[in-house]
Ligand binder design. Structure first.
Ligand code: FRU
Length: 317
């Protein structure tokens, strides 16, 4: 648990996106094609960017956390529900389908620390605006979106903005963040509508921005803001650190915390996002301080299997 000694009440943080099954194989070295090998260890866990964000926020001690995404009612995957419940991640607003959920086969290579993900999603139904519009916005303080489903998400963001406008106390407004990871240029529309953007390195490179400073400034200059101010942009750039630009265009680079041994790199990016959101919202840190906190949690995660040990993470200031 982290505490700033601030007593301001916090509302729920909701992460909107996917919940998938991750089937993980830890191998000594990356397998050669068409061979039959045993892994060092194997396990499965709940995954998906938004679902991982929720797990990490909960482990860090966020006041209340909710996942919103399509869930599978298929009995074989009941553990995805159970795991959310066990961890006190709210899922009461999630629609569900009888289809099996998307899943990922993941190879964690002990020799290099790399994670290779092969994802399968044969037409799992996406969230529609009708699923999103039922929620009572007054209980949320922060809503984070995995960059996907532009049409539905943009409608919900419009509702959030309308909700924020009619509030008497501007401190009660819902902050909106978006994770731009998938390499689809049309997702920039979601970024334009948000207060905070997490810009993925692969997405940045896909846009032709080959350096961290070029990436955040490139996006900053490209965005046509839909509010009075432009969004804050944070771009984690692998092991080196993250570049950030605030809404006034001030640039900072925050180097990351070195990690001695990589045990598990699956979901490190999701951990970073969740860490930054936690630090901005729950700890009220500045953007560079929150990014440093995000690096700390992501580094800690890299050194531990899964997400459970994050509850013991201590931030050194
Ligand atoms: C990690 C992750 C995994 C999931 C995959 C989906 O960031 O969310 O948990 O299998 O990405 O792309």
């Amino acid at each position: 648990m982290h505490s700033t000694g601030v007593t301001k009440p916090r509302r729920r943080i909701m992460c909107v996106g996917m919940c998938v099954l991750d089937i993980i194989h830890v191998v000594q070295e990356y397998p050669i094609e068409d061979t039959d090998k045993r892994c060092l260890s194997g396990y499965w866990q709940r995954g998906g960017n938004a679902s991982n964000n929720c797990t990490v926020l909960q482990q860090l001690g966020a006041t209340a956390v909710e996942f919103l995404g399509m869930l599978s009612a298929s009995p074989a995957f009941g553990f995805l529900y159970e795991d959310c419940k066990k961890r006190n991640i709210h899922i009461e607003n999630c629609p569900s389908t009888d289809m099996d959920p998307p899943f990922s086969s993941v190879i964690l290579n002990k020799a290099t620390g790399s994670r290779t993900i092969i994802h399968s999603n044969p037409g799992f139904p996406p969230l529609e605006y009708t699923h999103l519009s039922r929620i009572d916005l007054s209980i949320y303080g922060w809503i984070h979106f995995e960059g996907r489903n532009n049409e539905s998400v943009l409608k919900l963001i419009r509702d959030i903005r309308a909700h924020n406008k009619q509030l008497k106390n501007p401190d009660d407004r819902i902050r909106i963040s978006v994770d731009l990871e998938k390499m689809k240029e049309e997702l920039l529309e979601l970024g334009e509508a948000a207060d905070f953007i997490f810009l993925g390195k692969d997405f940045a490179e896909h846009m032709g921005w080959q350096q961290p400073d070029v990436a955040v400034m490139g996006l900053y200059n490209k965005l046509k803001p839909q509010q009075d101010t432009k969004p804050v942009i944070i771009c984690p750039w692998g092991a080196v650190g993250a570049s950030c630009v605030d809404s006034e265009g001030n640039y900072t680079f925050v180097p990351s915390t070195p990690v001695s041994e990589i045990v598990d790199s699956l979901g490190a990016g999701d951990t970073f996002c969740a860490g930054v959101i936690f630090a901005l919202y729950e700890l009220e840190l500045s953007v560079p301080e929150a990014v440093l906190f995000g690096h700390g949690v992501a580094g800690y995660k890299l050194a531990h299997r899964g997400y459970d040990d994050i509850k013991d993470f201590k931030h050194e200031t």
